[in-house]
Ligand binder design. Structure first.
Ligand SMILES: [Zn+2]
Length: 274
């Protein structure tokens, strides 16, 4: 399988296929990846690489994590997972949290973003159309991952992550390198009035991310909206890379909630300091 992307690369190791960002591959003190549908052992509507423990067999999902980690070069024991529900709480992770949400019980709910400045603590967040955002502070060497669906986007979870990294790690936004996506993109992300109103209320240049379609429907570009939020926080535009792979348009490779009608598996983003 080939992809047509200027910003991401598709890797294949055995049956496992995963994506990385060209811009993040250049940073030598991190390792990152984004999973695809391919290379796991889940069956039925979650065939085959499903990385969510909800509504699937625990042993199969655990095996999927093992296979993914072996293929993409992560330490299974170092994983720390989010507990997403479309809010904006950012969890500060240390080695004490290793295993949470993967092979240890979740200890808190409502965690849509993770940050750390410790090596060998691998952050893991979940997606199937919602927008992933990767954060790397290239000066102070700390990282973050956010799950930014439309609710997270209009609640500015991206800004919350930048603030949390500044408060905890003294991050200057000018030193951040960020990557946004893969997510459902403006070609496919249609919303109604109520949703669009939240995007109009942000006070950003919404002519670039809300596109009226008839009287009551809108196409929304969540990636561009998140880019503007990051720039408004002081992240340099040239340090932001955006995925050009729409999850719905590429639903043979990527899990898409809308392409599957919701009966689907889930992808994960992985990010660790080496
Ligand atoms: Zn699309």
């Amino acid at each position: 399988m080939k992809i047509n992307s200027k910003t991401m690369k598709l890797h294949k190791n055995g049956d496992v296929a995963y994506l990385t960002y060209n811009a993040l591959d250049k940073i030598d003190f991190i390792h990152h990846a984004f999973s695809t549908r391919l290379g796991g052992v889940s069956v039925g509507s979650k065939e085959s690489m499903n990385l969510s423990f909800e509504h699937d067999d625990f042993d199969k999902v655990t095996e999927n994590y093992h296979r993914f980690c072996d293929a993409a070069g992560f330490d299974f024991d170092s994983l720390v997972a989010s507990s997403q529900d479309h809010h904006t709480f950012v969890r500060v992770c240390t080695s004490n949290e290793k295993g949470i949400g993967i092979y240890r019980e979740k200890d808190i709910e409502s965690v849509d973003a993770l940050v750390t400045n410790e090596k060998d603590v691998t952050l893991v967040t979940y997606y199937a159309d919602c927008t992933p955002i990767f954060f790397v502070d290239t000066k102070n060497r700390c990282i973050g991952l956010a799950h930014s669906g439309w609710r997270g986007t209009v609640s500015k979870i991206a800004e919350k992550v930048v603030c949390t990294m500044r408060e905890n790690y003294n991050t200057n936004p000018k030193d951040l390198v960020c990557a946004i996506g893969p997510a459902i993109s403006k070609c496919c992300y249609e919303v109604d009035n109520d949703c669009a109103d939240h995007f109009y209320a942000l006070g950003l240049d919404d002519s670039k991310f809300v596109f009226p379609k008839g009287d009551t429907k809108y196409m929304v570009d969540m990636l561009e909206c998140n880019r503007q939020i990051l720039v408004s926080c002081g992240v340099k535009n040239e340090n932001i890379t955006i995925s050009d792979l729409c999850t719905k348009c590429n639903s043979d490779l990527l899990w898409s909630h809308r392409a599957t009608g919701g009966d689907r598996g889930t992808m994960s983003a992985f990010l660790v300091l080496k």
